[in-house]
Design a protein around this ligand. Structure first.
Ligand SMILES: [Zn+2]
Ligand SMILES: [Zn+2]
Length: 187
């Protein structure tokens, strides 16, 4: 008998976002982590997350809002086109609850290169996938990794992000798969 694996990762659009990005992201997560992924749907951007003085959105408030989107998923990844930040950084590509439930990724700064030039579409999508996988790693309790060829390496700039392959190092992948299996059992 084949038992169906529970779907433990759900993708949610936060605010206006095309339909292609969630599809690309879910296919990539399934490919890299070997785990079923759902596209759950969409929520509005929480109004209270808008920071008038910074003209940005507070990632922490969005993470909190995502928690109640589904009780059937161990990990909920939101994707948004608006610029997000946390108090100590001027901007972030993504943010996650370490060992928690939710992550948020912003595409706002992934369209362009360091000097403002537009980047090819494949680079844009690769960047989104890399940030999503990195933040998903945090949700499953992974810390940053020193390996230059591992997605858990911290990238604060686009050139750092672009240098990374779409891969985890052996150690991070081992840990991640173990945490994913644990989450599957708890659902
Ligand atoms: Zn990180
Ligand atoms: Zn690693």
């Amino acid at each position: 008998m084949i038992t169906k694996r529970p779907v433990i990762i759900g993708i949610v659009s936060v605010g206006k976002l095309g339909t292609l990005i969630p599809k690309v992201v879910s296919a990539s997560i399934q490919g890299v982590l070997d785990v079923p992924v759902d596209i759950i749907g969409k929520i509005e951007i929480p109004e209270e997350s808008f920071l008038l003085d910074r003209r940005q959105y507070d990632a922490g408030i969005i993470l909190k809002a995502l928690e109640s989107v589904s009780s059937n998923h161990a990990c909920i990844v939101g994707i948004t086109s608006v610029d997000i930040c946390i108090p100590v950084f001027t901007y972030v590509f993504g943010e996650a609850q370490l060992g928690g439930k939710t992550a948020i990724v912003s595409t706002a700064r992934l369209h362009r290169g360091e000097i403002g030039e537009a980047v090819p579409e494949n680079v844009f999508y690769e960047r989104i996938v890399k940030v999503v996988l990195h933040e998903t790693g945090h949700v499953f309790s992974l810390y940053h990794c020193d390996d230059e060829n591992c997605l858990m390496k911290f990238s604060s700039r686009l050139d750092m992000l672009d240098r990374l392959p779409i891969l985890f190092c052996d150690r991070c992948l081992f840990l991640l798969r173990r945490f994913v299996r644990l989450a599957e059992k708890s659902i």
